[in-house]
Design a protein around this ligand. Sequence first.
Ligand code: SF4
Length: 320
Amino acid sequence: MPLESNQLKKLQGAGYKVIGPSKHSAVKLCHYTKESIKTGEKKNCYKQRFYGIRSHRCLQMTPSLTVCNLRCSYCWRDFRYFRDKEKDLVDDPKVLVEEAIKAQLSLLSGLGGVEHSAKHLKEAKEPAHVAISLDGEPTSYTHLGKMIEDFHSRNFTTFLVTNGTKPDILSKLNPLPTQLYTSLSAFSEEMFLLTQHPTEGKQLWQNILKTLDLLPSLNCRKVIRLTMVKGLNMEKPEEYAKLILKAKPHFIEVKGWSAVGQSRQRMPTTRMPTHEEIKKFSQELVGFLPGYSYADEQPDSRVALIKVAGKIPGLYEKFS
Ligand code: SF4
């Protein structure tokens, strides 16, 4: 069933531009895309520093608006609008890509009226990178591979973020994105249930374990992202390390939970780790990861980067 009109209104009010005939997709200007344009690339997303993407040319979208099988404690989204209607996610991928680019241009036009770098706004109007991550679980979208293919045919690089609960879809995904992010926010089934509240029960933890086993066979750059909440899942680095070593990612991002959106209703802000705490946890984690080293950090985003030794495939020079 498509989203109801009051739900759509609420999302539009929050800055989402809903696209596609079935309205299961959306684009939203990322905070850092705006900051980068306003400051002429003086303030950027940590992914610019870590991976070389240009924040002002990044398009953030989802083909799975409000469809997710988890209810993570740290998620900023409003679960009242979440649903499990995957079979509705059927829009033509070419139409979605076309409409996503148009939506991005229309959202950018609002920035002309505030102080900004004209050069960066002009460049932003030719987006070069897509982050498929904005909302919901993108592997729920029937034509995800075709959509990635269409973005690649337009010379976009693609970052796909998955919660890892659909290994069967990931194993068949063709083409793979430029960079595949898999979230790992628990080191055990018990912690998974406590932190991520699956709608389909414990089986989803088994699916995440299958995804970790699958990752070494996927031929693209891979990142495992740990979202850490103090007093909840930010413990036992040695147990996280065992799982990470199965997956053999190129990078590991350790990121502190930010008390934004609806997650503030679920947990007190005192559970936000400081950057120093993220750094300490990451350094402990590295101690259990032979072949990996602490590579970088962006304190204002409370995020640390761990990197595998050796050559890493990809388009960017920084770590190759
Ligand atoms: S998997 Fe992502 S979209 Fe789904 S609840 Fe967790 S953080 Fe939110």
